[in-house]
Design a protein. Sequence first.
Length: 233
Amino acid sequence: MSEKHYLVSGSSRGIGLAISEALLAAGHRVTGIARSTPALHGRYEHIALDLSDAEAVRRALEPRLKQTCFDGLINNAGAGLFGSLEEFSWAQIEASLRLNLLSAMQLTRLLIPQLKRQARSDIVFIGSESALQGGRYGSVYSAAKFGLRGFAQSLRHECAGSNTHVGIVQPGMVRSDFFNDLHFGPGPDAAHALLPADVAAAVMQMLNAPDHALIEELIVNPRQHVVKKKPRQ
């Protein structure tokens, strides 16, 4: 595959960092968006932005799109919010939906006119097992991920007339700092959690698909589903 240029949201850690590393290792250019700058080498450019600030994202990216041509968008940024619904304020619910759903929709809206003009382009969303089955204490997070899945499915039809491939990767529990501030996490054994590189490999599979073969959705789970509760702070 020839060199391409991808925009990756949430590129500074976890799955986003692993995706950026995989793209760079494959000889591509990466522009990453995150609040903090990762220690990446090669053809990587960083844009320090808070993706929950939609207006700041628009102001930063619109001028770049006049000068930079992207071949793909990897919508990865997100954060967990778990607990009983009544535990959360209106502001917390809005912030969670803004980061986990609206930021991906808005980034896609910014890039899609350019992507549709490309000979081949890709839009990949990083979803979650929470998009497939709602679970206890996951109402807010699942709402965002269910929405993301529906958005990807609808967008796929919108892009049917162009060679813009739209897909979503639905990972189970990934051993990363996603769980740092949560009251649970994957079990301790290797079989209890994916690694960020496993999700990155699924993304690369989508990007490497031939033009005639669209990989719409990949579900990647650890071999064993084991959740370990943490002591409440």
